[in-house]
Design a protein around this ligand. Sequence first.
Ligand code: ADP
Ligand code: 5GP
Length: 213
Amino acid sequence: MMRFPVVLSAPSGVGKTTIARELMKRRGDVGYSVSCTTRHPRATESTGVDYHFLSDAEFISRVNQSEFAEWAVVHGKRYGTLRSEVQCVLDAGRHVLMDIDVQGARQFSASFPASVLVFVLPPSVDALVDRLRARNTETDAQLAERLRNAHAELQDVGRYHYVVVNDNLDLAVDTVSAIIDAESAKRGRVHALDEQVSELVARLEEQIARYMK
Ligand code: ADP
Ligand code: 5GP
């Protein structure tokens, strides 16, 4: 079975992280690429699990060593995907789930064209604001910046292969899971398809010869 990166992007607060966590609970064939960031950890977050929390100097040093498959400045902080994280999940035989912004998705899909790009939409702006406020992890100024960025991020929907509305969480997770299954069955992704078909053709020819006698 061929494994591939699955990129989830959405304005902050839509629910990417929540969807990613639920999907990982449900599917053993999906692993998460833990990103690096220079923002401070939230109370509920731990390093190496939610993010690798780095200083600016550490982040820049990793940029200079070409360790990132993509990186971008989002809401005034640096965020990036380590090549080693992606490779590690693929080597373990899992699809790589990535929660990255629209700039990162653009860079990443250029170097990993097999990636599946999924944009997650909120059911409404009111729901988005309610979710961000309920999460209670940003100041009002940070919240305003995230909403301003949401405005710009929405312009990028056209670059994505799939769109999922995160209204009912279970349904959104089901849909992302169905996208992974459908993409796995795409002809170009099926492992050793020519060999599989040749084998079937050879066995068929044997059976045809047998019944022609
Ligand atoms: P993101 O990773 O996109 O910034 P989060 O996953 O942190 O967003 O979700 C933001 C908030 O919205 C969290 O408090 C989360 O529990 C909540 N949330 C996520 N999905 C839903 C949903 N379908 N319905 C209601 N609340 C949700
Ligand atoms: P948060 O600070 O809410 O965890 O994430 C803020 C934004 O950064 C989200 O849009 C999220 O998708 C994005 N992000 C998280 N990790 C990465 C990454 O590795 N690369 C890029 N480009 N964006 C990321």
